[in-house]
Design a protein around this ligand. Structure first.
Ligand SMILES: NC(=O)c1ccc[n+]([C@@H]2O[C@H](COP(=O)([O-])OP(=O)(O)OC[C@H]3O[C@@H](n4cnc5c(N)ncnc54)[C@H](OP(=O)(O)O)[C@@H]3O)[C@@H](O)[C@H]2O)c1
Length: 284
């Protein structure tokens, strides 16, 4: 079995690939798509095959999927990119990658998505059956393009597509936890962020990749203990701005995801059920 992984130079992908390689059985191989030859070297050293190119280049897609049995599409453009790039990478290139996968006989396609696709909250934990409802404080080209990518990939004939929707991912030196204050400093004190540690995101994605008979299924991946804006300041050792206590949370259920399905169907149990467990384990 040969698995192509995209987006491996990013925060999620660079921590996912070593775990995928570590649990590979004899004969199982991993190929990564990177945009820069030098940035592929660490993956080659780990034993992965490296293809160099941009996801928006259809010739590259053909090379990337040739001979592959499975694809894990981790790549996305959302950190400070113009909207056009977000659409081009997150929707158009993802769907083209899906088409290339069908043409090349790939059996399984895991699309890495985001809990932001749910849009506005529902007054309860979000489940995979909930339709995307555009709106809310975090809506924009990124969640909209990811939501459309999911829809268009599921509509492709002849491809076993599975989707993992991630929370706010942190851990193992990722600066994301500190960056959370960019948003949390403008929140109400009790406004919450649903997070997931890299170890658990990788665990969830590996379960989604390997499970038989789940074509067309979506799974939320997250931990058990969303943290408040106050806690995010405390975790980062930053003084809590007084304004937090003057604001009201407009939607306490925004991005709060249920993990019932992935627990029940795929046996997922977070190694780090909370950010506090990760901190105690020295895994921040
Ligand atoms: N991190 C989170 O909290 C979070 C939360 C929810 C969902 N997700 C999802 O998780 C996935 C990974 O996120 P991340 O945090 O790891 O993002 P990231 O750190 O920004 O990494 C993005 C990856 O995509 C690659 N990429 C972007 N445009 C590309 C293109 N045109 N061609 C080829 N590769 C391209 C980047 O390559 P370069 O290094 O060459 O730029 C990089 O490897 C995404 O699908 C995202 O939607 C993440």
């Amino acid at each position: 079995m040969l698995t192509l992984v995209t987006g491996t130079t990013g925060q999620v992908g660079r921590r996912f690939v070593p775990r995928l390689l570590a649990q590979s059985r004899p004969g199982e191989q991993v190929r990564v798509l990177v945009r820069d030859t030098a940035r592929g070297e660490p993956f080659a050293e780990l034993g992965a095959e490296v293809v160099v190119g941009d996801l928006r280049d259809t010739d590259v897609l053909g090379k990337a999927v040739a001979g592959a049995d499975a694809v894990v599409n981790v790549a996305a453009a959302f950190r400070g990119v113009p909207d056009e790039e977000a659409w081009a990478v997150n929707r158009d290139a993802a769907v083209e990658l899906g088409r290339a996968a069908v043409a090349s006989g790939v059996r399984r396609f895991v699309q890495v998505s985001t809990g932001l696709v749910y849009g506005e909250g529902r007054g309860r934990l979000l489940t995979e059956e909930d339709e995307s409802r555009p709106g809310g404080a975090m809506w924009g080209a990124y969640p909209a393009s990811k939501a459309e990518a999911e829809r268009e990939l599921f509509a492709l004939d002849g491809l076993d597509v599975r989707v993992g929707r991630l929370p706010f991912v942190y851990g193992e030196g990722d600066p994301h936890l500190a960056q959370s204050l960019m948003w949390a400093k403008n929140w109400a004190s009790a406004q919450r962020l649903h997070m997931g540690h890299h170890a658990d995101v990788a665990q969830g994605l590996l379960r989604i990749l390997h499970a038989p008979g789940i074509s067309g299924r979506v799974y939320n991946i997250a931990d058990d203990a969303p943290v408040t804006a106050v806690e995010l300041h405390q975790l980062n050792g930053v003084e809590i701005p007084g304004e937090l206590y003057e604001r009201v949370d407009p939607d306490p259920w925004l991005m709060m995801m249920s993990t019932e399905r992935i627990r029940r169907e795929l046996g997922y149990r977070p190694v780090y059920p909370s950010v506090y467990a990760a901190r105690e384990a020295g895994a921040l």
